[in-house]
Write a protein that binds this ligand. Structure first.
Ligand code: LLP
Length: 405
């Protein structure tokens, strides 16, 4: 059964009409396909073999979704103590958790060391110093991997390219020696991996190939120097199709990212977020009304930039469609009620004549949708439901204004 499809002109999630879900749970509403997520996890496993797949929690941290991904055998890539606690609550073992991020506090480092997580992805000299200082105090061992900045260019929106010297992320290869000195001075620190994260929404495999051969070279040198290197971590970044992009298949991606690790006889770790979950979620909104100026038509809906910030923040383009199909009347900017011109979900969207109460859906919003939602304009964040065949389950209730935010 496909995650989202049209039946008789009605948008459906698995076996349920989206309009039924909107009636039952209200709008704005995030709707996910549970079986779509499970199928995608199977696809990853089939293409990636025994790779350690650590889902990037930042893409969507709904507790039920994390529990589902854990049950599918995924570990978790976290970037804050909050995400670490979510991962543990979802059932992840500390040995399933990698801790990424360019700035970790002492409290976060201490929590990860005490738990005995799989690895800290170390991004700077100051982080390495803090970890060495904290392990010495706690007298507990720690597993780390260096996140290298491979200076590999990728074609994506500038805010989410991370693997260049222009970006704050990772350690330039030339600076690894000074980090190694710290590792070699503290026997409780075990350097077990080497990794990178090139950026997000990548649609080409070439950068992965370039970066993985660089990492493999560094890994073999570290092995020769006596470090117990167990894995190469290729980060996340695989793109999805928002409009008509053609992302690589999981099979092709798997073959490229696995090649160097297999050749070197070490394990591969990956940290996918978007490519696991984006396609399996939509945001449903109700139309409040349509209006026009001499220049533009606007369709004002009850979801806004606080519910889905990607269009406003990155000028990201998502498909926006009426939940019930009917002939197109004109092009509209689909906008929210927030008092900013930047508050839009889609621009120049061909839509039928819609009236108050009609429904629209913003597609491919399973990733970086709800996880980036805020309470701007004191707006309650949306409810989230998932559909499992012909059942629907509320997996996070809508916030209520009286909760105060
Ligand atoms: N690992 C690390 C270290 C990361 O920084 C990220 C994403 C991932 C893994 C997961 O990447 P993915 O597979 O999801 O591409 N808010 C932006 C995306 C920011 C991505 C940040 N890092 C958006 O809405 O497009």
């Amino acid at each position: 059964m496909s995650a989202f499809s049209r039946r008789g002109g009605e948008l459906c999630c698995e076996a349920i009409a989206v309009s039924e879900l909107a009636k039952k749970f209200g709008t704005p509403l995030y709707v996910y396909s549970k079986n779509g997520i499970v199928d995608r996890c199977r696809g990853f496993r089939a293409a990636l073999g025994n790779t350690k797949i650590c889902y990037a929690v930042k893409a969507n941290s709904n507790p039920s979704i994390l529990t589902l991904l854990h049950a599918a055998g995924f570990g978790m890539d976290v970037v804050s103590v909050g995400e670490m606690e979510h991962a543990l609550k979802a059932g992840a073992l500390p040995s399933d958790i990698v801790f990424s991020g360019v700035g970790k506090t002492d409290a976060e480092i201490e929590r990860g060391i005490s738990l005995g997580i799989f690895s800290f992805n170390v991004e700077s000299r100051f982080e390495m110093e803090a970890i060495a200082r904290i392990v010495a105090r706690l007298k507990k061992p720690v597993r780390i991997s260096f996140r290298v900045n491979p200076n590999v260019d990728v074609m994506t929106i500038p805010y989410i390219a991370t693997g260049l010297y222009e970006n704050k992320f990772g350690v330039p290869e030339g600076d690894l020696a000074e980090l190694l000195e710290i590792v070699e001075g503290e026997p409780l620190v075990k350097l077990v991996g080497i990794g990178c994260h090139l950026g997000s929404q990548l649609l080409e495999l070439k950068p992965y190939q370039l970066a993985s051969s660089r990492l493999a070279k560094i890994a073999s040198e570290l092995k020769v120097a006596g470090h117990p290197i167990e894995f190469i971590d290729m980060g996340g970044g695989l793109g999805v199709s928002y409009v008509d992009e053609k992302p690589p298949s999981l099979k092709d991606y798997g073959a490229i990212v696995r090649a160097e690790a297999d050749r070197l006889g070490v394990r591969l770790v990956i940290e996918p977020g978007r490519s696991v979950i984006a396609d399996n979620g939509i945001l449903v909104a109700s139309v409040l009304g349509c209006k026009s100026t001499p220049k533009r038509n606007f369709c004002v809906v009850d979801a806004a930039m606080n519910d889905l910030i990607r269009p406003s923040l990155y000028e990201a383009v998502h498909r926006v469609e009426p939940v019930v199909e009917s002939p197109v009347k004109a092009k509209f900017d689909v906008v929210g009620p927030i008092c900013e011109t930047g508050d839009f979900l889609g621009r120049d969207i061909p839509l039928p004549q819609l009236s108050r109460g009609d429904l629209i859906a913003v597609l491919t919003t399973g990733a970086y949708g709800m996880s980036m939602a805020s309470n701007y304009n004191a707006r309650p964040r949306p409810a989230e439901v998932w559909v499992d065949g012909s059942d629907s389950v509320l997996i996070r209730p809508r916030e209520r204004p009286e909760q105060g935010f």
